[in-house]
Design a protein around this ligand. Structure first.
Ligand code: S3P
Length: 427
């Protein structure tokens, strides 16, 4: 599907952004551990999270929508069933990698597969440590899905993660809960910690220190009532759009502001953005606030190191902010972007260049000369990647001419209401 985006003269009003995708996946996957009924308010109803639901149903959970809640009934971890068919994880890396960890400790065989994008994404990062714990895996060239896992009795390990990845950390915690002995996961830079927060709420014994999580198996986990905050990764599109579209003022309601996710707020503020955090509170163990964003002139920025995992998914839309900022911006240490739903460094650099940006790819990031960028519009492609589609749409809001985005339906992976929200905020 092709969607056209035109320049707007302002963005105004308030909106609830899409519910958090990472937390929504986890409500379903973690509920499998605890026998009984879990309930989820504000579950993200999008393609990615339906993939998690379908996989968990095939493993023996009952999942239904009742009024506005998702109701999840689990037979408990020990009663999960061997699925008779391949589990389809769709486009979702979080589903496949977290399930690899959950299933590593189950005494049966499961095959996990996905769409063309997911089946080209690396799985060695979970296969290696989970095999050290005692599970058996088969994968194409040892790295790519379909991924077959034969689970069994696991042993705890101490594992230093070579790349900061919440998906890998979560897989190891799920396996560690089923292992004999303690599992310790060490990370150089902090990745998102939703799994740790949620497992602790369920009663799991976890020791969390900066750079290290230890899971002590044996605790009985109980089902929960969850409430999912708005996704800061979805809010990111409006944070950038309302900053760069003149005369804008947008209030984003109930957005998750977990510090492992808010690198985008720090970077935009450093660039000169006018963002105010209002009414901060804690909901179901996660910090949440309203974010007020008003247009502002932006300055170039350099980002690297510790902050990268805390804004990894926002880098494509940060690139758009950089095209509207005075001076030369640089992103380093973000080679992980090359193994997301698409090679996001290649995708955002090639497509923003087509639109008139002065942006150049580097092996681990990009360089943007905002002073030499002039967004004109044109025909671009999301390559089926939801965050590329939405980032290009944000660029289209300041383009001189129309922007035609091919494969625009990719937004349904994480943010089905995205196009409607543009219309509402710009009318
Ligand atoms: C996610 C972790 C990140 C992120 C992805 C969601 C999660 O991936 O990019 O969109 O829910 O744990 P990595 O763990 O590969 O860094």
């Amino acid at each position: 599907m092709q969607t056209v985006v035109n320049k707007v003269s302002y963005l105004k009003g308030e909106t609830e952004v899409a519910p958090d995708k990472s937390i929504s996946h986890r409500t379903v996957i973690l509920s499998a551990l605890a026998e009984g009924r879990s309930r989820v308010k504000n579950f993200l109803e999008a393609e990615d999270t339906w993939s998690s639901c379908k996989c968990l149903q095939a493993l023996g959970l009952t999942i239904q929508k009742q009024d506005k809640e998702l109701i999840i009934d689990s037979p408990g971890i020990d009663a999960l069933q061997e699925p008779a068919r391949v589990l389809d994880c769709g486009n979702s890396g979080t589903t496949m990698r977290m399930l690899a960890g959950l299933l590593a400790g189950r005494p049966f065989m499961t095959v996990l597969s996905g769409d063309d994008s997911l089946n080209q994404r690396p799985m060695q990062r979970v296969i290696t440590p989970l095999s050290m714990m005692g599970a058996n895996f088969m994968a194409r060239r040892g790295n790519y899905p379909p991924l077959a896992v034969q689970g069994g009795q696991l042993q705890g390990i101490e594992y230093h993660m070579p790349v900061a990845s919440a998906q890998v950390k979560s897989a190891l915690l799920l396996a560690g809960l089923q292992a004999e002995g303690v599992t310790a996961v060490l990370e150089e830079h902090a990745s998102r910690d939703h799994t740790e927060r949620m497992l602790m709420a369920m009663g799991a014994k976890l020791e969390v220190k900066p750079g290290q999580v230890r899971v002590i198996p044996g605790a009985k986990l109980s089902p929960q009532d969850w409430e999912v905050p708005g996704d800061v990764s979805s809010a990111a599109f409006w944070l950038v759009a309302a900053s760069i579209v003149p005369n804008s003022e947008v209030l984003l309601k109930r957005v998750g502001i977990n510090p492992t996710r808010t690198g985008i707020l720090e970077v935009l503020k450093q660039m000169g953005a006018r963002i105010t955090v209002l009414d901060a509170q804690t909901i179901a163990g996660e910090p949440v606030a309203d974010l007020l964003v008003q247009s502002a002139p932006l300055q170039a920025v350099e980002i690297e190191g510790e902050i990268i995992p805390r804004l990894i998914d926002e880098l494509p839309v940060i690139a758009v902010a950089m095209t509207a900022a005075q001076g030369v911006s640089v992103v380093r240490d973000a080679a992980e972007l090359r193994v997301k739903e698409t090679d996001r460094i290649a995708a955002i650099c090639s497509q923003l260049s087509r639109m008139g940006a002065a942006i150049e790819a580097t092996p681990d990031g990009f360089i943007v000369d905002g002073s030499k960028s002039h967004i004109q519009g044109g025909t671009v492609d999301s390559f089926g990647d939801h965050r590329i589609a939405m980032s290009l749409a944000v660029a289209g809001l300041i383009a001189d001419q129309s922007t035609y985005i091919n494969n625009a339906e990719a937004v349904n992976i994480s943010y089905p209401g995205f196009w409607d929200t543009i219309k509402i905020l710009s009318r």
